[in-house]
Design a protein around this ligand. Sequence first.
Ligand code: DGJ
Length: 309
Amino acid sequence: MKNGKAWYDTDGNVIHCHGGYIIQYDGYYYWYGENRLDNNYVSCYRSKDLKTWEFRNHVLTTDSKVEQLRFNMTTDLFKTDGVGNKIKVNIERPKVLYNKRINQFVMWAHYENGRDYLEAKCAIATCDTPDGDFVFRGAFNPYGYMSRDCTLFEDEDAAYFISASRDNADLHIYRLTEDYLNVDEHVRTLFQGEYREAPALFKKDGMYYMITSFCTGWAPNQGKFSKACAIGGQWTSLKNFGDETTYRSQPAFVLPVSKNGETKYYYFGDRWGGKGKKYFESTYVVLEIKFDENNDPYIIYEDEVPDFI
Ligand code: DGJ
């Protein structure tokens, strides 16, 4: 498997799982990501070795069931034009966590109306299996704030939703409620005026790391990282991660993989667009994250996708 080349599922179809996220559940890795073909929003694939991917389901589509979670949430999964045609909304950067308290898989994503990026909402969908038909629960502005590029991060004692706010100028960290169905506290505003997008968080040896891109639409730019001893504490100033285009990719997420008592951390990025592809389609770039003598993370480009397992 090569970085930046099309990857195929076990049926021989191109994998559409852009801006995605991977979780481990019941012996499998489940990969969720954007799929804008037909009436799809989010597709799900699963694998045991992170290389052989079986398509499971289009877990969120224009036809998904809708059950409003709370008063005043936007529940449109499509708009209708003047002559009755369905216009898709935008669902971007879907991330999923399993919540054991409610025994539900909870998806958070970025939601826009399909015309522009001005709603800047986060959306929630839930399902009782990892790859079943998710129910759309609606979209909202957390504490009234704009919320665009986003991610989830599950810590030992709580989970967090991180999203770009104030027209992408700042990045907010929200702690989630115990059921992961709402924000419980706006914990921190990071990188004031730095316009960071595409956040990806991970934790290694008690240290929190966040990788982000700059805000240049779908064009790649210099990745940066920051680290902190506590998620709501002081984060370091931004430092470069990867080269000036992050090897022509934008962060999607970081996956820790443990093998024989050792954990390795893998950067998953999207290389958006490219020859013959729509700007919102990507190929994937996966690189092992290494750490220098200051425990600062770095990546070195390789053509071949690493052997995970
Ligand atoms: C950059 C984001 O990272 C993408 O997910 C997408 O929202 C584009 N911007 C839209 O221009």
